[in-house]
Write a protein that binds this ligand. Structure first.
Ligand SMILES: N[C@@H](CCC(=O)N[C@@H](CS)C(=O)NCC(=O)O)C(=O)O
Length: 181
């Protein structure tokens, strides 16, 4: 997501692919040892995604993509980030060894993911209409992340979102941020 946002805002940044689970060097910068973590001028760490979005927006010469005082839009952004988080948790819960895996937890996450998708589909126009902005970038990344980590079955369930994201995903920022594996 931060890659898409930085690219769309025309910000100069460099990606470093790391194995976050073994990235001891990261602790000094981000004691949560999580990505994304942005390092500015070799010393200042900015994390998590929201702080990086705000920083990129602040240094960009382009018009702001942030929701400002549109709190309904800000809430939809929270929903897309929450959907991404639920999908990541689903993935983490699914790959646990048999003895540690809980089908109950996995099912709860799937219910949350599908309930959120249905809600977003019912309100699709709010996100898909209007100018390019953070809300759309975060929405498209969240939906592609579901394809990548779970399944693309949501596309039949959510035809409006499917049609929109198919078009949005052709943007260079989306193509260049896609994982290669
Ligand atoms: N809310 C955070 C989520 C960060 C997050 O969960 N990052 C994951 C990868 S997408 C991570 O670093 N996982 C490794 C870990 O938590 O140990 C954000 O959006 O920046």
């Amino acid at each position: 997501m931060t890659h898409v946002v930085g690219t769309e805002l025309g910000v100069d940044f460099k990606d470093q692919i790391i194995d976050v689970y073994n990235a001891e060097f990261l602790d000094e910068l981000n004691p949560l040892r999580q990505i994304p973590t942005l390092v500015v001028n070799d010393e200042t760490a900015i994390f998590d995604s929201r702080s990086i979005f705000a920083y990129f927006d602040a240094i960009s010469k382009k018009p702001s993509i942030l929701p400002g005082d549109d709190f309904e839009q800000a809430t939809r952004i929270s929903l897309f980030l929450g959907l991404t988080e639920a999908c990541l948790q689903y993935r983490m819960a699914s790959v646990l060894p048999d003895k540690e895996r809980s089908e109950t937890s996995i099912q709860k996450l799937l219910v949350r993911i599908n309930r959120t998708l249905d809600y977003i589909e019912r309100n699709a126009e709010k996100t898909t209409s209007g100018n390019l902005r953070l809300e759309q970038m975060v929405a498209a990344c969240a939906l592609e992340y579901i394809d990548y980590r779970y399944s693309n079955a949501w596309r039949d369930r959510c035809p409006k979102l499917d049609a929109w994201v198919t078009q949005f995903s052709a943007r260079a920022s989306m193509i260049n941020s896609r994982p290669s594996e």
